[in-house]
Design a protein around this ligand. Structure first.
Ligand SMILES: NC(=O)c1ccc[n+]([C@@H]2O[C@H](COP(=O)([O-])OP(=O)(O)OC[C@H]3O[C@@H](n4cnc5c(N)ncnc54)[C@H](O)[C@@H]3O)[C@@H](O)[C@H]2O)c1
Ligand SMILES: *[C@@H]1O[C@H](CO)[C@@H](O)[C@H](O)[C@H]1NC(C)=O
Ligand SMILES: *[C@@H]1O[C@H](CO)[C@@H](O)[C@H](O)[C@H]1NC(C)=O
Ligand SMILES: *[C@@H]1O[C@H](CO)[C@@H](O)[C@H](O)[C@H]1NC(C)=O
Length: 249
């Protein structure tokens, strides 16, 4: 076993699928104890069952609900007698609609899960770390998207939510730097996961033509970057937004 994040306690949201699940695998491979949190507890448990090591746990979390997030962190601190010092926010949803079709439900869902959810997790995590005197070498990684900086038809609200994640990450890095907590964002391009499966084939083919590497990305290729950002190897990277897109921008 490698030791990139040996002995660390990590909490990953959206851990039941796609990028979040791969992040759990790479963290466990690199020596961390993983709390796999998802609104779908069954898929989070499947993630845990697939990990190396026996100390990992699955946890229910609904990132848009403050009570749920605070309860989840309380349970983790109680069970492990310390707060997690690696936090990866991978919970998110994708909606594709023309602006004229965006209704209040779509707007609320995307903003509440992608933007407010990231805020609640970060806020609760940072408080737990500060209270637990566990801020040194801590690392928070928010998952944004290249959609935050690109223009794509149908992605207005999703792009706005992801641009908000970058803005909040930059401010968070400023506010938490004094404690030793680093905060960075990762901007994946088009990654093969259940989320991107709903994108129509003709759009997919068009996108691939615009990717310099001429292929879509794998969740593991994003997870490796996230775990690097979680580890001491990236000790001077803070407030950054790292693109993992095969060159698409
Ligand atoms: N797949 C891509 O191409 C791509 C590209 C750029 C960014 N992203 C971002 O990466 C992140 C992960 O995406 P993915 O492709 O792995 O998606 P996914 O749909 O495979 O997984 C998302 C997970 O989040 C969970 N989730 C959704 N709402 C939740 C909530 N309210 N509380 C807790 N968990 C919740 C789901 O249950 C699911 O397990 C998302 O933030 C997404 O926006 C994905
Ligand atoms: C991202 O990271 C910081 C650090 O905690 C957090 O405060 C911010 O709210 C997070 N969420 C978003 C949406 O950037
Ligand atoms: C906080 O942790 C540091 C080591 O990381 C230790 O030196 C210090 O004494 C601790 N302070 C308190 C109040 O526990
Ligand atoms: C922080 O990381 C450095 C380098 O790995 C290590 O020497 C130090 O002990 C770490 N501090 C804590 C509190 O983990």
């Amino acid at each position: 076993m490698s030791i990139l994040v040996a002995g660390k306690l990590a909490l990953v949201t959206g851990a039941g699928s796609g990028i979040g699940r791969e992040v759990c695998r790479v963290l466990a491979r690199e020596g961390a104890t993983v709390v796999a949190a998802d609104q779908n507890i069954k898929t989070a448990q499947e993630t845990v069952a697939s990990l190396e090591g026996v100390e990992h746990i699955a946890l229910h979390i609904n990132v848009e609900d403050r009570n749920s997030v605070e309860t989840a962190f309380k349970d983790v601190v109680k069970q492990f007698s310390k707060p997690p010092t690696i936090i990866v926010n991978s919970a998110g949803i994708y909606r594709r609609n023309f602006l004229t079709e965006v209704d209040d439900n779509i707007f609320d869902d995307v903003i509440n899960i992608n933007l407010k959810g990231t805020l609640l997790v970060m806020q609760t995590a940072a408080k737990a770390m500060i209270e637990g005197n566990a801020t040194e070498n801590s690392s928070i990684i928010n998952i944004s998207s290249i959609a935050a900086t690109r223009r794509d038809v149908g992605q207005s609200i999703y792009s706005a939510s992801k641009a908000g994640v970058i803005a909040m990450t930059r401010t968070a890095s400023l506010e938490f730097g004094q404690f030793g907590i680093r905060v960075n964002a990762v901007l994946p391009g088009f990654i093969i996961t259940p989320m991107s499966a709903i994108i129509p084939d003709e759009v997919r083919e068009m996108v691939i033509k615009n990717i310099p590497l001429q292929r879509l990305g794998k969740p593991g290729e994003v997870a490796e970057v996230i775990v690097f950002l979680a580890s001491y190897r990236s000790s001077y990277i803070n407030g950054a937004s790292i693109e993992v897109t095969g060159g698409l921008n």
